[in-house]
Design a protein around this ligand. Structure first.
Ligand code: ATP
Length: 584
């Protein structure tokens, strides 16, 4: 059942395109039948030549027939193969799209456990491996099976005795088994060689890069020995591979030759005895030659199916994953953010026993600014992630505009919130595109305004291409502070009902921070804002400041109220930060 389910992705696609596949398979079958006529005709010509019963015209006729067979084979097989390859590529395209869509649906907990390399390998290697199986798999299986059948039928039709066919084909039957045995072993060894080469390159790169250190420490001999070891590793892996593949390469023609030896021994004897014609004997040798390829293909297909079966299962498992955070069946759209009430919120990350938040209660009244401060690991970002439902909070623990956050649609909730993380990811497009991320139709004036509020305008103006400056690998690298401000402009551009700044000003200097905060107070008046920070200067203007420690609220109040308690954490933190500033 599990196995059947893992093939669902493929069977669904095959079913949907059954007609095209059928046409392609028929084309390939016809091409095989066509080709199987060849030896029979050559046999006839041989007999005719021996009996001197055919003349010059017959030879031309037979030549034309052979040409016709060659051309029609090319057309039939080519069309069949093209159709199947095209279907394979389409499968690849659709599946990659499906995987990408699934990545967009899946929740943070999935991504936090997987490296980028593994995720990319789904999109690249696994899909390609399945596509190869359905393209080459279908063509080669059809080709091989029908070529074998056609050859056997034609041998019988040509009048070759059954016993002779059986004994001559016997050695060839071992070919698929040989391929099944050697295929994976050769593959494993060639992977060893690849790995060895990668290690050798890495080692050479490191030794050359670190050559100055090596010289200063006078350890050239050790470095040489280390590199020699990796080279030796590659050499022995290559020898292993060559040994295995040479044996395989030698055995294949040997089996072909063995089959000819048997056919000559038995068939030659039968021809002398007059139990079959010379033409049939010649045809037999051709048929035996024609059988080697398809039999090898059968082995290849079996190996390929085994490899791609694992890939198919991985892709299927990925597509079947249900996102841990998703819309409930009865989810309704959130009309507006309104008041946000966090009530007795206790939360542990999935798979952990530690509580990241313990019994947290507070409100962000509509239009107010709340500051959240605390040491690293105190749970500040966790709270932001729960407000955005990046992770699912316990039902009823967070209410927005009176509605339980877990019962509203994700889209309507996230559309109303602007989240600016500490290290906002910038895409390798231009600056304008990165700022207008939430609204691609935004005008340059709107983009400029957001950049001005984030105090990024001066930096942008200093770039030659201004807002059209490209970022990323092929473009400009922004400084940490510029990157943060670009990310902040992106959040401001959205003009969200709730703006969450999660340590979004940690990389800008105190002067710039104070300028941005001034803009923020002006721009966000009447709109809710949650400022998460380490620095008191970032939150001191907030209507209420909440101090978190180890997941618990330890203090709350306005800056003045909190400063009135000199022995409590907030005032101590203030003193430490002031001292730091004076030393700086
Ligand atoms: N994805 C996760 N899976 C498991 N535990 C996590 C995850 N993210 C954070 N935690 C844990 O939750 C606790 C709170 O982390 P959080 O990121 O909320 O702290 P923070 O106050 O924002 O810290 P910082 O100021 O350094 O950003 C930490 O103990 C952290 O190890």
């Amino acid at each position: 059942m599990e196995l059947l389910k893992s093939f669902e992705l493929l069977t669904n696609y095959l079913k949907k395109n059954a007609l095209l596949y059928l046409t392609a398979v028929i084309l390939i079958i016809l091409s095989n039948v066509d080709q199987a006529l060849l030896p029979q005709i050559l046999g006839k010509v041989t007999d005719g030549l021996k009996e001197r019963s055919i003349g010059r015209e017959d030879i031309i006729r037979y030549s034309l027939i052979l040409l016709g067979i060659a051309v029609s084979y090319g057309v039939l097989f080519g069309l069949g193969q093209f159709t199947i390859m095209r279907l394979g590529r389409r499968f690849e395209f659709l599946t990659r799209g499906q995987i990408f869509a699934q990545f967009s649906r899946l929740s943070e907990d999935f991504f936090s456990k997987q490296g980028t390399g593994k995720l990319l390998s789904y999109v690249m290697n696994d899909v390609t491996s399945v596509r190869e199986a359905i393209s080459f798999g279908v063509t080669q299986t059809t080709n091989a099976v029908f070529m074998v059948i056609s050859c056997v039928v034609m041998m019988l039709v040509t009048g070759i005795p059954v016993t002779l066919i059986l004994v001559s084909v016997c050695p060839l039957v071992a070919i698929p088994f040989l391929v099944i045995y050697f295929g994976p072993r050769i593959r494993n060894r060639s992977m060893d060689v690849q790995e060895g080469l990668a290690t050798m390159t890495e080692s050479a790169d490191e030794q050359i890069g670190g050559i100055r250190v090596t010289k200063t420490f006078a350890i050239e001999e050790t470095a040489q020995r280390r590199f020699d070891e990796t080279v030796d590793g590659v050499r022995s892996a290559q020898l292993h591979l060559v040994r295995m593949s040479s044996l395989f390469q030698a055995l294949l023609p040997f089996l072909g030759a063995l089959s000819l030896v048997v056919s000559l021994l038995v068939g030659g004897y039968m021809t002398i005895q007059g139990r079959m014609t010379l033409g049939s004997f010649v045809a037999l040798t051709f048929y035996l030659r024609m059988l080697t390829g398809p039999l090898q293909q059968i082995g290849n297909v079996i190996n390929m199916m085994q490899r791609s079966g694992a890939s198919l299962e991985r892709v299927n498992r990925l597509l079947a994953r249900v996102p841990s955070v998703r819309d409930k069946d009865d989810a309704s759209d959130l009309a507006r953010i309104g008041d946000i009430a966090v009530d007795n919120l206790t939360f542990s990350y999935p798979g952990t026993s530690e509580q990241a938040l313990k019994d947290v209660s507070f409100t962000i009244p509509e239009g107010r600014t709340v500051g959240l401060i605390g040491r690293t690991g105190s749970g500040k970002s966790t709270l932001a992630k729960l407000l955005l439902r990046i992770y699912e909070p316990p039902a009823g623990s967070i209410k927005v505009n009176g509605q339980d956050i877990t019962r509203v649609t994700l889209e309507s909730l996230r559309r109303k919130i602007g989240y600016v993380p500490q290290d906002g990811f910038l895409f390798s497009t231009d600056i304008a595109d990165n700022i207008a991320f939430s609204d691609r139709s935004a005008s340059i004036e709107q983009i400029r305004e957001a950049a001005a509020q984030a105090l990024l305008l001066e930096s942008v103006n200093s770039f030659e291409a201004g807002f059209e400056t490209r970022l990323g690998e092929r473009g400009l690298t922004l400084s940490g502070g510029q990157r943060q401000r670009a990310s902040l402009a992106r959040g401001l551009m959205k003009k969200p009902e709730l703006l969450i700044l999660d340590d979004s000003m940690s990389a800008v200097d105190a002067m710039t921070e104070s300028g941005i905060l001034g803009n923020l107070i002006r721009e966000r008046s009447g709109k809710s804002t949650l400022i998460i920070a380490h620095r008191i200067s970032s939150v001191q203007h907030a209507d209420e400041i909440i101090v978190l420690d180890q997941g618990r609220i330890v203090q709350r109040g306005s800056h003045e109220e909190l400063m009135a308690c000199p022995d409590e954490p907030y005032a101590s933190l203030y003193r430490i930060q002031q001292e730091g500033l004076q030393h700086a």
